[in-house]
Design a protein around this ligand. Structure first.
Ligand code: ADP
Length: 398
């Protein structure tokens, strides 16, 4: 079966087509500027066909999906001979709220539940719904599955997800910790358990470190705590997000700078994190470069980020009663040897030791701990799309 994976944003739509016999991606691409003018880049990965890239009219997500399907089956750029060869569609959906602890077949009730969660994911859920509705319109009869970023974290105990604010905000508005990057934490923790030889009651700390970053504590394959909260703003400092700060700063800065609530939250989401501290960039490669050239604020922003990564990992040793493995994944976690070295050094008191040679590895699943390290340290490249494709296949085949 071929499974089409869709990640719909408000003006963009990324896709990958998987051949599930081999679990390989046979085509991928991206629509951009939907509703503005429109641009499609489509890359066939089998059959030696050329890449297609053009500005085309994409007034809505429906035209975008139609354009993607047309390319997937076209003589010149296609990878299937007939659209019937696409057996199912899997959608990445940001917020499943408390309703979804696993992936589900999409029907009217699921759509209205995703709608109910729009207040919790005001930017993403409406866009995800546009992707779902567009597929329903353009590919009627093809089964669709929703895979939620929050679902894996639904196993957290109450004490980990309840905030210490008046309880009625939880009962009235569902204000609680949800956590994100769940598909990634689930995938890499599953791989880590395999690398631990299927150990029972394994204690794993997964670090998804990219532009957006979160860490999760995983006991026997189930999430028991994670750093992101009601929204992806909580926890670690990130590329442009502040992560956790003293909430009093919001009023303090708003008063001094004469800013509205919206302006403050825009700053916390888009102008903070390592960008805010360094003033250089939100991209860690640029910041590492500037730090090497002696830029103090760039070096400081890296210090703050790495220190916080180690601090949260340390707190998850307490949550889990120790750890069998720490996993590094996503853009930074998979690629930055400097980051892993610095975090491991900060954790040396827990007996964490990594091998300097093995730490140079990039983009490969590997154990980089030394034989005498008390905790395994793994690099595991994440593969959220594969998880979405596998869930989609197994749900539609039920
Ligand atoms: P997103 O959250 O957007 O999916 P990614 O997981 O792709 O992000 O991570 C992007 C981040 O990873 C960027 O800040 C980038 O600088 C960083 N990164 C990628 N490669 C390297 C590298 N070799 N060294 C340091 N940082 C890297």
């Amino acid at each position: 079966m071929n499974v089409l994976i869709i990640n719909a944003g408000s003006s963009s739509l990324k896709y990958q087509l998987f051949d599930m016999k081999t679990e390989t991606v046979i085509a991928k691409g991206q629509c951009e500027r939907i509703g503005i003018d429109g641009h499609l880049k489509h890359s066939p990965l089998v059959g030696g066909k050329p890449v297609y890239e053009e500005d085309i009219d994409l007034p809505t997500h429906s035209e975008a999906i139609a354009a993607v399907l047309e390319k997937l089956a076209s003589a010149e750029y296609g990878v299937v001979s007939d659209l019937n060869e696409i057996g199912a569609v899997g959608h990445r959906v940001l917020h499943g709220g408390q309703k979804f602890s696993e992936s589900v077949l999409i029907d009217d009730a699921v759509i209205s539940a995703i709608e109910d969660n729009v207040p919790l994911g005001p930017l993403h859920n409406p866009a995800n719904l546009m992707g779902i509705r567009a597929c329903q319109k353009v590919m009627p009869g093809v089964k669709q599955v929703a895979v939620f970023d929050t679902a894996f974290h639904q196993t957290m105990p109450e004490k980990a997800y309840i905030y210490a604010i008046p309880y009625e905000y939880y009962t009235k508005y569902n204000v609680r910790r949800y956590g994100f990057h769940g598909t990634s934490h689930r995938y890499v923790s599953g791989e880590a358990i395999k690398m631990l030889g299927g150990k029972k009651n394994s204690r794993i700390i997964t670090c998804h470190l990219g532009n957006g970053s979160s860490i999760a504590a995983i006991l026997d394959g189930k999430c028991v705590d994670t750093t992101m909260g009601l929204t992806p703003l909580e926890g670690l400092p990130m590329g442009t997000r502040s992560g956790s700060i003293d909430p009093a700063i919001i009023e303090f800065v708003a008063n001094h700078e004469g800013l509205s609530r919206e302006e403050i939250f825009d700053i916390l989401n888009k102008k903070s994190g390592v960008l805010g501290i360094s003033g250089v960039s939100s991209d860690f490669r640029d910041i590492e470069g500037a730090a090497h050239e002696g830029n103090h604020r760039a070096a400081l922003s890296l210090d703050v980020f790495r220190y916080n990564v180690a601090k949260y990992i340390g707190s998850y040793f307490a949550v889990l009663g120790g750890a069998d493995a720490i996993v590094f994944t996503a853009g930074l976690g998979e690629n930055s040897a400097e980051l892993r070295e610095s975090v491991a050094n900060q954790l040396s008191g827990f007996g964490v030791k990594i091998d300097a040679e093995k730490n140079k590895t990039r983009g490969k699943q590997i154990d980089i701990s030394t034989p005498d390290s008390s905790v395994k340290v793994f690099i595991i490249p994440t593969n959220e799309e594969l998880v979405i494709a596998r869930d989609t296949k197994s749900i539609v085949e039920k």
